[in-house]
Ligand binder design. Structure first.
Ligand SMILES: [Zn+2]
Length: 276
């Protein structure tokens, strides 16, 4: 692999999403590449911050493999076709692609066998077998949902990492107004306003309520932002957008509001940045 390919692995490495052999290859490269080492240190700083506020995902090996495969496919699509080197496929990549191909063929084989069994069973009208088929298909559905969810969480973490690592990022600490264990970080890109809210220690969201973000530019009334709920451990990680009016400096606060959100804050303030 070349330096550029290793660079693409750094983010995943910082998120602990590489498999053992990939991590080992990357570490060998790091021994000889100061640029990648520096980049990794920055990414690890950012990932540390994420670790505090994001719910850890530990995708099962096969799900991780499928996510990696889709990231690779995406990277390949994004690369313009190089003139002479286009036909040269690195040995490792080729070996891995073979594994994916075998995996996909196996999965297709399994699906085909399940289909055949289904046809025979319908023909014989064997109710018990039919129930088993239904259960198998439910399991497949569940796995697809899990895969989509893991991919979503990993995607959001990668996005957050990229934002945290951007030179235009500005970070604001949000302090709990009721207890010190409620904390948050709001990071936004000073050029684009792309932002991310990370919060921890928020009480479970009541069924009829939602948390709401507020932007309060100096001398303005509070502007409503996105509403959100927290996961079982009181964490939230939410991509959002800083309003243009708030880009020059604003207080960011979180309140608890009715489920559909409010136009003006009505509930308890749980988190706030220092007044600007
Ligand atoms: Zn390098």
């Amino acid at each position: 692999m070349e330096h550029r390919e290793y660079q693409e692995l750094l983010e995943l490495h910082a998120l602990n999403a590489l498999d053992v052999s990939e991590a080992r290859l990357l570490e060998e490269h790091l021994d000889s590449c100061a640029e990648c080492r520096d980049e990794l240190i920055k990414l690890l700083d950012a990932a540390n911050l994420l670790a505090h506020t994001a719910t850890p995902v530990e995708p099962r090996p096969e799900i991780r493999a499928r996510i990696m495969a889709s990231i690779r496919a995406e990277n390949q699509r994004n690369q313009p076709a190089a003139s002479s080197s286009a036909s040269v496929v690195p040995l490792k990549a080729r070996a891995e692609r073979n594994i994916w191909t075998i995996g996909l063929r196996l999965a297709a084989g399994i699906a085909f066998v399940a289909l055949l069994i289904g046809i025979i069973v319908f023909w014989r009208r064997d109710v018990k077998m039919r129930q088993e088929i239904a259960q198998l298909s439910r399991q497949v559905n569940t796995q697809e949902h899990e895969l989509a969810r893991d991919r979503d969480v990993l995607g959001r973490q990668r996005e957050a990492l990229a934002l945290l690592n951007s030179p235009a990022a500005k970070k604001m600490e949000l302090a709990g107004t009721l207890t010190q264990s409620t904390r948050g970080t709001f990071v936004y890109d000073q050029k684009t306003g792309r932002a991310i809210l990370m919060a921890e220690g928020l009480p479970a969201t009541p069924a009829d309520k939602a948390y709401e973000i507020w932007f309060i530019p100096k001398g303005h009334s509070p502007m409503p932002g996105r509403i959100f709920t927290v996961d079982a451990s009181g964490h939230a990680m939410l991509p959002t957008q800083m309003p243009a009016e708030a880009m020059e400096g604003a207080t960011v606060a979180i309140t608890l509001e009715p489920k559909k959100g409010s136009a003006v804050p009505t509930g308890t303030i749980y988190l706030s940045s220092p007044s600007s």
